[in-house]
Design a protein around this ligand. Structure first.
Ligand SMILES: Nc1ncnc2c1ncn2[C@@H]1O[C@H](COP(=O)(O)OP(=O)(O)OP(=O)(O)O)[C@@H](O)[C@H]1O
Ligand SMILES: [Mg+2]
Length: 265
């Protein structure tokens, strides 16, 4: 899978892939997000940490169009690249333009073999399927092979998805998102309920996507965060709906306010 399509058609020259500015979300008087600003670079893997209720999931809900003005007062800007205003779009449109979201519980087609799950996920993008119908067989197969390799599911390709382990299902679901060639992947607590070994495999998978796909990963498991951020990756700490700190994992771990509000002493 080549890197170029992951930002194709999106102007990211000034803003990175995701640009959030002064975002506020108020649920019936409760300020879940409070003037939050954040930028994610093209190809970056950004970890977002913070205490329960900090607004991490709400941030993803707004980016993906799940939370809109019908259920909350929303203010501020959310852009994909510098020109695509996500606040004017609904959930299917945002998915279609290349923002993939991984929920905590894997949602695979249990009765179908692994490869068919991937095929079905690809067909989900109708415009691509129809406009490139002649090329889909070759390109689609190449993409599927690349995704099977990335997710370390090659040996499971013909197995029924329902028979996979929890960790394998999680990787399959990420594979299904990759079949849609996302520009930005959002993952909310992807290792919850996984064994240590599965957790490290997922870290390996996400690390291998670095540079191909931009990612925002919310997680409480600090070993997993350390494996993703490495010594130089940027980590964002949210608290009470705002960015409390941003820096390398070492930097934010030393930050007094972060220790106070999240990590404890
Ligand atoms: N639809 C909603 N209506 C009312 N309040 C909401 C709604 N969605 C979220 N909230 C509130 O907004 C706050 C932020 O919640 P959110 O789920 O974003 O936190 P979080 O950082 O993801 O926490 P956790 O680490 O526990 O997953 C919480 O106090 C939550 O109760
Ligand atoms: Mg959450």
């Amino acid at each position: 899978m080549s890197a170029h399509f992951l930002e194709k058609g999106i102007d990211t020259s000034h803003t990175g892939i995701l640009y959030v500015e002064d975002l506020s979300v108020n649920f019936d008087g409760f300020q879940a997000i409070n003037k939050l600003s954040l930028t994610i670079d093209v190809g970056e893997l950004r970890c977002v940490i913070g205490p329960n209720g900090a607004g991490k999931t709400t941030l993803m809900d707004v980016i993906t169009g799940k939370t809109r003005s019908a259920i909350a007062d929303i203010d501020g800007s959310v852009y994909l690249g510098s020109t695509i205003d996500l606040m004017t779009m609904n959930e299917p449109q945002i998915a279609q333009i290349g923002v993939g979201r991984k929920f905590q519980k894997p949602t695979v087609f249990e009765q179908h073999p692994v490869w068919e799950n991937l095929e079905l996920a690809m067909a989900g993008d109708k415009s691509w399927h129809h406009s490139l119908i002649a090329k889909v067989d070759i390109e689609g197969r190449q993409l599927m092979e690349a995704v099977l390799a990335l997710t370390q599911l090659e040996s499971e390709a013909y197995r029924q998805a329902g028979l996979l382990s929890h960790g394998q299902k999680q990787r399959l679901e990420i594979g299904m998102l990759l079949m849609q060639q996302p520009k930005l992947l959002l993952l909310d607590e992807p290792v919850a309920g996984m064994t240590d070994e599965e957790t490290m495999r997922l870290a390996e998978l996400l690390n291998s996507l670095r540079g191909q796909c931009s990612m925002m990963v919310v997680e409480h498991d600090m070993e997993f965060v350390a494996a993703l951020a490495g010594p130089k990756g940027k980590v964002t700490v949210l608290a009470e709906g705002s960015v409390l700190a941003e820096g390398t994992l070492d930097e934010v771990k030393r930050d007094e306010r972060v220790i106070e509000s999240y990590l404890g002493r």
